[in-house]
Ligand binder design. Sequence first.
Ligand code: 3H9
Length: 656
Amino acid sequence: MTNPVSVTVEDGIALVTIDNPPVNALSLAVRQGIMDAVTRIEGDASVGAAVLACAGRTFVAGADIREFGKPPVEPHLPDVLAAIEASRVPWVAAVHGTALGGGLELALACHARIADPAAKLGLPEVTLGLVPGAGGTVRLPRLVALDDAIDMVTSGKPVGAKKANGIGLVERIADGDLLADARTYAAELNQSGKPEAVSARPPREVPGDDFWAEKEKAIAARARGQASPVEALHALRDGVTLPVPDAFAAERARFLRLRDSEQAAALRYMFFAERNTGRPADIEGVDPLPLDSTGVVGGGTMGAGIAAAMLLAGMTVALAERDADAAGKAQERVAGILDGSRKRGLLSDAAHDDALSRFSAHDNYGALADCDLVIEAVFEEMGVKNAVFAELDRVCRPDAVLASNTSYLDVNAIAEATKDPSRVVGLHFFSPAHIMKLLEIVRTDAAAPTTLATAFALAKKLKKIPVLAGVCDGFIGNRIMSAYRRECDFILEEGALPQDVDAAMRGYGFAMGIYAVQDMAGLDIAWAMRKRRAETRPSDERYSKIADRICELGRFGRKTGAGWFAYPSDGAKAGQPDPAIEAIILEESARLGYERKTFTADEIMQRILSSMQAEARAVLDEGIALKPSDIDVTMVHGYGFPRHKGGPMFAAGIRD
Ligand code: 3H9
């Protein structure tokens, strides 16, 4: 194996370069290579300072996650970092791309840091169910204020170079050539003397017990049962309160304990599952359309969100509505979304203006004539969709890809409304479309490889996770959701109330329960679907009428002020349990002859998980999903399944 770490010496400055594609992860060979570099530099009297840099697209992005399932092998990262810190010469970390996890810890062990202006630095270990394991929680709070350290370590979110410089995490930002600036910095330190090792400096703050208790309360509430954020806070507390050697040892022990936990296994599994969602073999090597210009039909919530997502990804978007009034409203909606992104600081003024300038709203389909891809996001009804596709077929370029953002309907039937069904595909976005990461790509029977390749290329441009699904009622996600929603209604008939079910789901780690979700999304579309299916429903199939009875009262959720819960006009965010709903549920139980029983939260979750898993197995058996991990990615990223539980298939022990 070639050594991924090289050392060159020029004018008394050693340049240590890590070259371990794709992300310079700290594999065994890299750790050994750095250790050898330290030894070499220690033994070379001509070296007065060292620069540590990386080849390729990024600085070290962390420990090698693939090694986590195996026993740790020497040299361990903390020992490598201790050797750098103890070096007789100053080491300068030259950071570009992302310095993450063990990568940032490596930079913290150096005596100074300089970053490319576009670099990002973070400790994302919590997202893998871990805490930093190589001194991050001991060194970080010696460089930055404790609140900043807590934010970084417990959220896992990276900070940009400018902020990193502002909070004291990096001492300099490169002005031109990162390596040249790093060498200059190293030469200066060679003259002025080696800065004190970070771990030898005092912590910036050492607050009392009340401070930690308050932080813990807030972090635990946000973590929804995920252990690592609170563990990370505890590691930081040890980091600033214990003697440094004890703090290092305590952090390492915590890291190793968590590494072997079920949550870490689930999160590691998710990390790879998200990057490995299935692409069909027949699109390998197939060129997608360029996606230079795109179109959207329908400027409601979904259409506007999809348009905004494409604008934010740098694409040009023409949106067609049925009349000038609707086009005007669509323009306002899209502008509102972009403005929201600007206000939240996600978009600079210039980037906002640029995105808006690439958008146009129209009261006819003429502007869609030259688009590579047009996505329809109109009312969820087959007749309406067919009319739109017949019109698109007439207006659009013959090679353009035509996509439907349907969430349930038969995309094969939609494709039949066109002369060339091979260019039709389903693209199921999730609301809000410019934020949610998941994109279900629904493969029709006739879809051409170019059509699918274009859909996957779109997902990549939008930085979304594509999951390939086959045609069926609800595809992967909505089909599984329909199944467990149905099961939840049965649980109501047998004894629970909506607030019990929602509390059980939140207790398991969902952000919201199924009934609060329905109230937020609106109950009317699912009602229309149930009515559509009524004729073909087998007469002996168990069917709960509770939801229908609620809809018959005009209670369609939040938008009508009432649904499964009541939403009093006093502005309270959470829905309130409603005696009127309880009365309906009790009547239905009585009508069906159920003696109502008390459910524990565990019993409720068991029923929900079993129904999800049964439907998921059917989805796999029918070839609707390519593999179990695609189902898990769908449920985690589209339906709020807690990521630290790995998804329903992972929870059932079913692997690819
Ligand atoms: C840690 O460091 C613990 C320490 O505190 C203590 C140690 C003692 N390992 O995401 P991409 C692969 S915990 C192995 O598509 P991007 C990835 O699977 C770690 N492999 O690219 C993919 O492989 P493939 C803390 C890794 O440009 C390829 O690289 N660090 C690792 O969209 C490209 O990845 C993290 O949590 C890894 N660490 O994003 C950082 N990272 O091509 C995790 C990536 O075969 N990584 N791969 O599918 C990331 O967040 C993103 O990968 C990154 C690049 C932002 C770096």
